[in-house]
Design a protein. Structure first.
Length: 323
């Protein structure tokens, strides 16, 4: 869709042009239980240069509605079973993106108009449709749609950035805080095992001191990559602090977590040699898991247990895994 809708795109003159311009043209979904009324609206819209999908009734509309591509819905207010008012609510529930809806109604009563707007319609037009009226209303509505969509995209981008650690590309502390609560409650509810693995790079301060912070950063980035590659999709990695990382492993016992930790440790030690002049970088791991913990399972218990295990790994010489 073109930004900020400076009116409909140029009317295509041949099929190949139509295909190439399709991305640019606003996509309008026409919903009408009366096929001839729908065809009429469709032909006006095509003439105005819009891309049009027609749905004959509510079930068809729910199928055809695509929040990522539909820019605007033109809907007949009076349809059997599910009318325009109800359908608008259904479509709104189905979409996180705000897609404007214009009602077409043969009813001229002022109460109906108020009902339409109260039900979520953004505008309405009476049948038979006046071409100019339709054109100007759509221009205004699509301009708002373009602005809204740009804002929605931006906000998704910000949301993603606020949750990602930029150096390692994995989730940050905020993501860990959310995921640990959700996974513990899932584990408790279904009586399923879960493990928490806490990784801490060994003697990392020395790497920075001797080889510079850029070398340290490269190693941290590599560790994030190793986690992304070595874990199952259901495992949840995050950067907890400076050179400390967490992995929440659902459906995982202490024994299985040890295997996972060993895999990460070995891969990281091997690949770190290529990334930094500091030589093979080792990492210590503390594991807490529901199958070896007693008492009420809480976030605090699990984190403290993983931390204590990590401390033991450090005390016993580093470059090892403890439970
Ligand atoms: P230990 O084996 O006991 O864990 O020793 P250590 O040196 O790794 O532990 P310490 O906590 O003393 O040092 C952690 C170091 O990690 C200190 C800090 O400068 C470094 N660090 C934390 N975040 C970053 C980062 O984003 N980039 C770089 N290059 N270094 C970081
Ligand atoms: Mg009707
Ligand atoms: Mg540390
Ligand atoms: Mg450390």
């Amino acid at each position: 869709m073109r930004p900020f809708g400076e009116g409909p795109a140029i009317i295509p003159t041949d099929v190949s042009m139509e295909a190439s311009q399709d991305q640019d043209r606003a996509q309008i979904l026409v919903v009408d239980d009366d096929p001839s009324a729908a065809a009429n609206t469709r032909s006006i819209l095509l003439e105005l240069g819009y891309a049009v999908t027609v749905a004959n009734g509510w079930a068809d509309a729910l199928r055809a509605f695509d929040p990522d591509h539909t820019d605007l819905v033109i809907m007949d207010a009076v349809m059997p079973k599910v009318d325009g008012l109800k359908l608008t609510r259904l479509l709104r529930d189905q979409s996180k993106s705000y897609v404007p809806t214009v009602f077409l109604t043969g009813l001229r009563s002022r109460e109906v108009r108020e009902q339409c707007i109260n039900a979520g319609a953004d505008d309405f037009l009476t049948k038979p449709v006046d071409h100019l009226e339709l054109r100007v209303r759509l221009t205004a509505m699509l301009r708002i749609r373009a602005l809204t969509k740009a804002l929605e995209d931006k906000s998704r981008e910000f949301e993603r950035a606020a949750r990602t650690d930029s150096l390692t590309g994995i989730g940050n502390r905020r993501v860990f805080d959310e995921q640990i609560v959700a996974e513990i409650s899932r584990s408790v509810r279904y009586g399923r095992p879960m493990a928490l693995l806490m990784f801490d790079l060994d003697e990392f301060k020395a790497v920075n001191d001797q080889h510079g912070h850029l070398a340290g950063d490269a190693l941290l980035a590599l560790f994030g990559k190793v986690l992304r590659e070595q874990l199952r999709v259901s495992d949840l990695p995050s950067r907890y602090g400076g050179e400390e990382f967490m992995v929440i492993a659902p459906e995982t016992t202490a024994e299985q977590a040890q295997v996972l930790a060993a895999r990460v440790r070995n891969d990281f030690a091997q690949r770190s040699v290529e990334v930094s002049a500091a030589g093979a970088q080792t990492v210590s791991v503390g594991i807490a898991s529901t199958d070896v913990l007693d008492g009420k399972l809480e976030r605090k218990t699990l984190v403290l247990a993983a931390d204590a295990a990590l401390y033991r790994a450090k005390a016993r010489g580093r470059n090892r895994v403890e439970i």
